[in-house]
Design a protein around this ligand. Structure first.
Ligand code: 173
Length: 321
């Protein structure tokens, strides 16, 4: 038998008996709960480009789009049910899947440390059980939330004010006397324009992405909590991967978190940009500042303890400073 012919037969035999062992490329469909032109998607795109370059023949990500494809508050459910394989989302947007998702804003230690001390594993255990999803990587760190206002205050009292919220801010702003109005980011500009709300919660970075700077007069300092924006993945989609694909994905998840240093400088840049845009910082005295932040955490943890005391206690112990 000519050797080339024999080689071809061997090849065919291999292909018939062990198709999974041959080069297998899977494409994962990903949606974002945040706008496509915003910083989170811009940052994630850098990662996806790298992912797809290194993952040729193994694993690819197909970015489907932002909240126009799947509404912000539906992204978590889409991952849970397998409508998409992955999402870039924040826990506050999928409390309809599991209320614990919003607890992650309260963590005070880096995600790298959460991976070392068991917090990350505890999160994954619960996310798999209740959300049918894998918590793959925390993409944003060091982005405290702030209260932005169009009415001046000299103390932390929001009585009589309507404030746009998501679950992130609900308990805290309610404790300050606000009338909370829940809405996804995509509706905030119009709400500000029409004076439907007197202010809103958002992290230190990103208000220029949706032009909210045009409708914002004040930012209350200091910030509180830490914005949690992460990649989550449908559990079945994860289980279907080959060992090689899983190894690649896990490596890429760590590579994404290794890019998180970006957020510290971004927070500084955005603070300066707000000042230049004429947004005034409202600051309290030292005691007022401490009381404000303490109240934020007290209200946040109280809400968490009500929703799931066991997980809240565990998370608080493992991730508080
Ligand atoms: O929409 C929000 O204000 C919100 O909950 C959030 C969470 C994480 C990052 C940015 C915004």
């Amino acid at each position: 038998m000519p050797s080339t012919y024999r080689a071809l037969l061997t090849c065919l035999a291999l292909a018939a008996t062990a198709p999974a062992a041959l080069a297998q490329e899977t494409t994962l469909r990903l949606v974002s709960a945040f706008a496509e032109n915003g910083i989170y998607v811009v940052h994630m795109q850098k990662w996806i480009n790298q992912f797809n370059a290194e993952g040729k023949g193994t694993l690819q990500i197909n970015f489907i789009g932002g909240p126009k494809a799947i509404p912000a508050f539906e992204a978590g459910n889409a991952v849970k049910t397998g409508v998409v394989d992955m999402a870039l989302a924040t826990g506050a947007f999928y409390t309809n899947v599991m209320p614990e998702a919003d607890f992650l804003k309260l963590t005070q230690i880096p995600v790298a440390e959460q991976r070392r001390n068991g917090a990350f594993a505890a999160i994954n255990e619960l996310w798999m059980q209740k959300g049918h999803m894998v918590y793959l990587a925390r993409m944003v760190e060091n982005q405290p939330f702030h209260l932005y206002l169009n009415k001046k205050v000299d103390k932390p009292d929001l009585t009589g004010m309507k404030v746009r919220i998501t679950p992130v801010y609900r308990d805290f702003f309610a404790s300050l006397g606000a009338n909370n109005v829940t809405m996804p980011p995509g509706e905030v500009y119009t709400a500000l324009e029409r004076n439907v709300v007197d202010g809103y919660g958002w992290p230190i970075g990103g208000i220029f992405d949706l032009n909210w700077n045009e409708k914002t007069k004040y930012r209350v300092d200091p910030g509180f909590y830490d914005a949690e924006v992460s990649i989550v993945m449908n559990l079945d989609s994860y289980k279907k991967l080959t060992p090689k694909q899983k190894t690649f994905l896990d490596k890429q998840a760590l590579a994404l978190e290794a890019m998180n240093g970006f957020w510290t400088s971004y927070a500084k840049d955005e603070t300066a940009r707000q000042e230049k845009a004429g947004i005034q910082a409202i600051k309290f005295d030292a005691a007022g500042t401490r009381a404000y932040v303490d109240k934020a955490y007290d209200a946040g943890w109280a809400g968490a303890m009500k929703a799931n005391p066991d997980f809240a206690k565990k998370l608080k112990t493992l991730t508080s400073k």
